[in-house]
Design a protein around this ligand. Structure first.
Ligand code: GLV
Length: 307
């Protein structure tokens, strides 16, 4: 009987996974039982050494679109495929968050909320939307969904990816030259990149300087994408007008971090998108079935590209 170890606070997986594969036994960490009996692991932030302690582990499933939380384990066993999640509802949540952040700045909500505190009736209008471009960094499933939805509400949308992509209605750029060409055009920049060696610290002083004055930064990728001191400096000199940040180098964001009190920063607690058992379980089980049947797994992490 195939057995899966779940490391998540979301207990709905325990019922949801066997609904799609009744034979599947789910053990909930830390109740591992006999480590030799575990075939699959479905994990978020596995404690270092946990995966290595499972001698018959065959596939590691990430409970996130990113796999950096698994790769951070210095004792990660080599040679076991790691599968990234693909959850339509997570995509939907991420897009909602991106729209919320763009529209919050676009419709001058920071100033309107400040006016309200003083009972000030000041009508504020956005820039002309069809001429106000948004750039999306990362054109995987999530980035494409965000780009399409922004496009649908009238923004010109640019997308940037490591390798060339085509997405209907979106101006696609790639590589370093593509990034240099795209940034000066974008009033809003949204990061949904995976965290890799190539993307670590991508939002640094040079990147921010390349954006037009008054641009806004929205980070829903990983904290490691942003060089915090560079973003704070760009906010303080006014080149960047605001930041909407969901992810941080250290989470929870420490209480003394300057982002918390910064008047131009919105901090949210890594809640842009969650993986929802009801919609994600079937894709995980489909991969388990492929593995049981000796077929090729879908959405496997590729070390050469880092995601
Ligand atoms: C969440 O941060 C994810 O990687 O899906």
């Amino acid at each position: 009987m195939p057995t899966l170890l779940l490391k998540s606070q979301t207990t709905a997986w325990i019922e949801e996974l066997p609904r799609h594969l009744p034979d599947l036994k789910v053990r909930h960490y830390p109740d591992i039982g006999d480590p030799a009996g575990i075939d699959y692991a479905l994990v978020w932030l596995p404690p270092p050494g946990l995966l290595k302690s499972l001698p018959n582990l065959k596939v590691i499933f990430s409970l996130g679109a990113g796999v950096d939380h698994i790769l951070a384990d210095p004792e990660l066993p080599a040679g076991i495929p790691i599968v990234r999640i693909s959850d339509p509802h997570q995509c939907h949540l991420m897009s909602e968050y991106a729209l919320l952040a763009v529209l919050y700045f676009h419709r001058a909500m920071p100033a309107i909320l400040a006016d309200q505190l003083q009972a000030k009736w000041t009508r504020r209008w956005p820039l002309y939307t069809p001429e106000t471009a948004v750039g999306v960094l990362g054109l995987g499933e999530i980035g494409q969904d965000i780009a399409r939805k922004l496009c649908a509400i009238g923004f010109p949308v640019h997308g940037w990816s490591r390798s060339p992509k085509r997405v209907d209605g979106i101006t696609c750029h790639h590589g370093q030259a593509g990034l240099r060409a795209m940034l000066p055009l974008c009033r809003y920049i949204i990061c949904v990149l995976p965290l890799t060696e190539a993307t670590q610290g991508i939002i640094d002083a040079a990147f921010l300087q390349a954006l037009p004055p008054g641009a806004f930064v929205i980070n829903m990728g990983r904290g490691g994408h942003v060089v915090d001191k560079d973003l704070l400096a760009a906010l303080d000199i006014g080149h960047i007008a605001g930041a909407f940040l969901d992810v941080f180098d250290v989470e929870p964001l420490p209480p003394a971090h300057p982002y918390w009190q910064h008047p131009k920063v919105v901090v949210t607690p890594h809640c842009a998108g969650d993986v929802v058992p009801r919609t994600a379980a079937s894709a995980i089980v489909a991969n388990i079935r492929r593995h049981l049947g000796g077929d090729k797994l879908h959405n496997v992490y590729q070390p050469d590209r880092g995601y």
